[in-house]
Design a protein around this ligand. Sequence first.
Ligand code: COA
Length: 402
Amino acid sequence: MTGSTAATSIGIHDLAITTTHYAVELEDLANAYGIEPAKFRFGLGQDQFSFPAPDEDIVTMAAAAAKQIIERNGVTGLRTIMLATESGVDQSKAAAVPVQSLLGLPSEIRVVEMKQACYAGTAALQAALGIVARNPNERVLVIASDVARYQLDSPGEPTQGAGAVAMLVSADPALLAIEPAAGVFTADIDDFWRPNDSTTAVVDGHLSMSAYLDAMTGAWNDLQAQGGPAIEDVDRILYHQPFTKMAKKAQAHLAKVTNSALDLALPGEEKTENARDTGLANGTLYNRRLGNSYTASLFAGLAALLHHDSELAGKRVALLSYGSGSVSEALTGIVQPGYFDAEASARFSAVLDARETITIEAYRALHATERSSATDYETERVTNAPFRFAGVTGQARQYEAN
Ligand code: COA
C-alpha cells in the first residue's frame, strides 16, 4: 500500500466467489414442464441454477465468500463492509452486520447494505473506490450476494439462481486497477421490482431486456462523454448476466452502437467471422451454471474471465452493469501483472460440481415454503458451507458457524 497521499491506482485486490448447496438442472425442469430443453440451453444460454437450502441465504453466502478474502489478506486497514443485494433479509438491519459478526471482524468498522436491483454491487464498488482514494491505507470489503427468485411456473423461473462475490478494494490492487472515468445512466422504468410484501420479483421480462439495452447504451455514451476509452481500446467486455444469452444480446447491441465487429459466440458456438474476441464466452462460464445472481452476476463474469484467460496482464476490461428500475454504469479497469491463478477455475468448478442436484419435486416444495418470522423456528441442517442460517428467535434471524 502507498502512504497517505493520493494512491497511484485503486481497484480490486482480491475476489472470491461462492454459491448454494443445491443446483437445479434446467434439463430436468424443461422435461418436468414439457418445454423443449433447447429453449433453456440455447435460448437462454443456461444449464443449471443454484438454489439455497433452508439454512442458507444471502448472509451465509456473503460470509462464506468474504471468509476467503479475510483468510488470504487479513484485516489490516479494513474499516468498511458494503454489502449489495436486492434480496435482503431484513427491511432495516444491514446484512453486512451478521457478516461482520460471523467473521469475527473488529468492531471498529462501518457496515451498510446497498440496493438498486442488480446494479448495487457496482455502486458499492464505486463508493469503496472513493473511501480508498480519501485514505489509501484503508481497504474496503465489497460483497454482492443474491438469491434470484421468480414465481413458480412464470417465464422468469428458469432464470433464477444464487451466488455471492466478495472483493477487497485497495490501493495498488493485485487484480484490476479501476480507471477514473465512468459512464452512468438512470431511467425510471417498471421493468422489474419486488414489493415489500412479496418474496418473489415482479417482472415484465421483455420490457426488462429492452430497458437493459437502452440503459447500457446511455452509460456507454456517457463514458465516452467523460473521456473514457473508445471501443477499439477496450480488450475485454463483461456484462450483467441475468441469463448468459442476455450478454450475447448486449454484445450485439454494443457492436451496433459502436459500429464495430465483436465476436458473439457463447461457449460451444461458432466464432463470428472477422470479429474481435472480447471474452464474451469466457465471461459467461460460471453464470450459465449459477443462474442469475443479481448484484453478483457481473462480478461472477469477472471471476470467470480472470480464471480462464491467462493473457490479460495490462489489458483493459470494461464492466457494463445494469439494474432494473433502472440504473446502468460503464466502468473500465486494467488487469494487473501476476493476476492469473492457474488453479482458480478448477477450484470454483469443483464448488459448482459439489452442489447437490435437487429433484424438481423437492425444489418446488422448497420454493413454495414461506416461513413467517412471527413464530420461532429452527432450520434443518443441510448446508456444509462455513456458515448457516439457524432459524428465527424472537423474530430475529440467527446465524452460526457450521
Ligand atoms: N430452441 C432454441 N431456442 C429457443 C427454443 C428452442 N426450442 N424455444 C425458444 N427459444 C428461444 C427464443 O427464440 C428466445 O430467444 P431470442 O430472445 O434470442 O429470440 C429465447 O429462447 C427465450 O424465449 P422467449 O419466448 O422470449 O422466453 P420467455 O418469454 O419464456 O421468457 C425471459 C424469457 C428472459 C423474458 C424470462 O425468462 C424472464 O422474464 N426472465 C426474468 C427477467 C430477466 O432476466 N430480464 C433480463 C434483463 S434484467
